[in-house]
Write a new protein. Structure first.
Length: 223
């Protein structure tokens, strides 16, 4: 399949971004089953949470030409989501790529593969997520394949350009903005209730009684 490039996706709604910066990402897992990237993709560098717009790149045949091109069009707040086509040996992200994206204001990088130059990348502070590390790198082979701002897959999750990307120490979540909009207010309400729940637990409350789980089991068992 030859190289393909799609249009730049629209920016995320600033109001939605503001809410996402406040929510606990795992709270979304109370309501959804899809969008959660394979937990083998872990944070390798950086220590801040990631909220941003997905910019997608698909690589082929250990060639990072498409990625180098795409990096030049990074906008502040973008999260580069890189589909390596299943390759987990060649690292497409290292010091220079991380520098290019960090300087242009990228919020993070998610690679369905491996990365390199961790010490050097760490100095830029950009959060990088990957399956691991390697000293074997991709090359600029100029292969007529791959793409930029096209549909990709990352950690088993289908990703469209412009999707919402959320990532922290727990892992990565990617979904359409509409999916997130539909539940963000409910998730924020849940987060607001948690301190009171913890306070009740400290006061001796039983978790099942506080959440209703015990009543459900009592009904099931006829107690």
């Amino acid at each position: 399949m030859p190289y393909t490039s799609g249009p730049t996706p629209p920016a995320l709604d600033p109001d939605l971004v503001a809410k996402l910066e406040r929510v606990s990402f795992p709270t979304l897992g109370h309501y959804l089953e899809e969008g959660f990237v394979d937990p083998a993709i872990r944070r390798q560098t950086g220590d801040r949470r990631v909220v941003g717009r997905a910019v997608t790149v698909r690589l082929t045949a250990q060639d990072s030409t498409a990625l180098h091109h795409a990096a030049g069009w990074c906008e502040p707040g973008d999260v580069f989501v890189i589909d390596t086509g299943g390759d987990v040996r060649h690292a497409p992200v290292g010091e220079v790529l991380a520098a290019a994206l960090s300087i242009r204001g990228a919020a993070g990088i998610v690679v369905d593969g491996v990365v390199t130059d961790l010490d050097e990348v760490e100095a830029f502070g950009i959060p990088v997520y990957a399956r691991g590390t390697s000293v074997l790198t991709t090359k600029l082979l100029g292969v007529d394949a791959g793409g930029h701002n096209i549909a990709v897959t990352c950690g088993g999750v289908p990703v469209q350009p412009g999707d919402v990307v959320l990532a922290d120490r727990n892992g990565v979540f990617i979904a359409a903005a509409a999916t997130v909009v539909a539940l963000i207010d409910t998730a924020l309400d849940d987060d607001a209730e948690e301190p009171e729940l913890v306070a009740q637990l400290r006061a001796g409350g039983r978790l099942g009684e506080l959440t209703g789980a015990t009543a459900v089991l009592d009904a099931l068992t006829g107690h």
